[in-house]
Design a protein around this ligand. Structure first.
Ligand code: HEC
Ligand code: HEC
Length: 335
């Protein structure tokens, strides 16, 4: 009897003194639930400079759907004529196929629309890397007078008076339509736009038949000539800045836009651009920051000469171009 009394007393004391621990545990649990809403990619590391796109990810599909609706609605533009998808066609490479883009009132921009596919793996956004993240990037096209020419106040007003958007935002957050939630939804949608299982990825992950013989020769040239010093990582690009014309002068058609220099006016930034991703590059002609080159063989010749100081024989150019086709795949289905 005595023993049992002491035992339950001790257990009682232990449980009570552990109360703060329980509360702490509960609070951790909640923050884990919150963190699970963030997109998580399951990267698979392989030897070598090029890395496969993850085949698995965890993503909040409710925000993906809302983000997709925002991406394709013209309500984000001043006169309701242009959507993000006017210049970034998700099913056709994620770009618009023109040298430079056309915004509201037929206004022409000065730069080529890059693909939005896999852009969440790039270290910065835009050709000159001026946005540090996808969520920072969005303000650009929304305000740009030659793109959507709108403002957050105007967009929030229009989305609030649209019954679909008003309801959908409220269903995900009691705050409803806010600038933060618009940016969050579009960002999460963009995070879902990844293209795993390209032939190059299957090859890197062990399927030696995934590349044709010509593509395998192309991969050897691509690596041995040093394309991979710049085009590397998961996005085969998108993880550093480099000077266009690092070794040899660049063709006249590419000299006008000075890239990062236009922002910083620092001499060392003259003609410096973010190294673009070569993912899906076979589907995103025309090429370079101003879309001045409309075919891959020519783009590769320019790269070999201006970036590596090499005049490659035609058969090697062809092999490399064949390899570039192996970088294409379809957007993963998440819903
Ligand atoms: C009128 C055409 C147009 C519209 C509309 C447009 N974009 Fe773009 N987008 C571009 C161009 C052109 C660039 C490159 C600009 C630069 O680098 O200076 C770009 C760049 C981007 C990038 C950076 C990609 C990279 O690799 O650097 C992302 C992401 C993007 N746009 C997403 C969006 C989203 C989201 C919207 C809608 C809110 C949108 N765009 C609307 C033309 C457009
Ligand atoms: C020193 C770094 C560097 C090296 C080496 C390099 N590139 Fe590039 N590449 C860049 C940069 C920077 C750009 C963007 C230039 C621009 O548009 O202003 C680019 C653009 C490209 C493009 C156009 C992409 C697009 O979407 O428009 C292709 C294709 C390309 N490179 C292929 C290659 C190939 C193939 C090699 C090897 C023969 C190579 N690159 C070597 C830095 C490099």
């Amino acid at each position: 009897m005595d023993k049992r009394y002491y035992l339950s007393l001790i257990i009682g004391i232990v449980l009570c003194s552990a109360a703060p621990l329980w509360l702490y545990y509960l609070s951790i649990d909640q923050s884990t639930i919150e963190a699970e809403r963030k997109t998580v990619y399951h990267f698979e590391k392989v030897p070598g400079p090029i890395q496969p796109i993850p085949r698995k990810m965890e993503i909040d599909t409710r925000w993906v759907s809302l983000g997709k609706a925002l991406f394709i609605t013209p309500l984000l533009s001043k006169n309701n004529t242009i959507s993000c998808s006017s210049c970034h066609l998700i099913d056709f490479g994620g770009d618009d196929g023109f040298p430079v883009s056309t915004g509201i009132n037929n206004a022409k921009g000065v730069r080529n629309s890059p693909t939005v596919l896999n852009s969440s793996f790039s270290f910065r956004q835009f050709w000159d890397g001026r946005a540090s993240s996808l969520s920072e990037q969005i303000s650009g096209p929304v305000h740009n007078p030659v793109e959507m020419g709108s403002s957050w106040a105007e967009i929030i007003r229009k989305l609030k008076s649209d019954s679909y958007f008003n309801k959908s935002f409220r269903a995900l957050d009691p705050q409803g339509v806010t600038r933060e939630n618009i940016v969050k939804a579009i960002t999460i949608f963009e995070e879902s736009l990844i293209t795993p299982n390209a032939p190059i990825d299957r090859y890197l992950l062990g399927d030696s038949n995934a590349l044709t013989e010509q593509q395998q020769r192309g991969l050897i040239h691509f690596t041995n000539h040093g394309c991979t010093t710049c085009h590397q990582g998961v996005n085969i690009g998108g993880n550093m800045y480099q000077k266009l014309g690092r070794i040899n002068t660049i063709p006249e058609i590419l000299v006008e836009d000075l890239g990062k220099y236009e922002l910083t006016k620092q001499e060392q930034d003259r003609n410096v651009f973010k190294v673009p991703s070569l993912r899906n590059v076979a589907d995103t002609s025309p090429y370079f920051h101003n879309g001045a080159v409309d075919n891959l063989p020519q783009a590769v010749r320019i790269m070999a000469s201006s970036q590596l100081g090499r005049d490659l024989p035609e058969d090697e150019i062809e092999d490399i171009v064949a390899l570039l086709h192996a970088f294409s795949s379809k957007v993963i289905e998440v819903q």
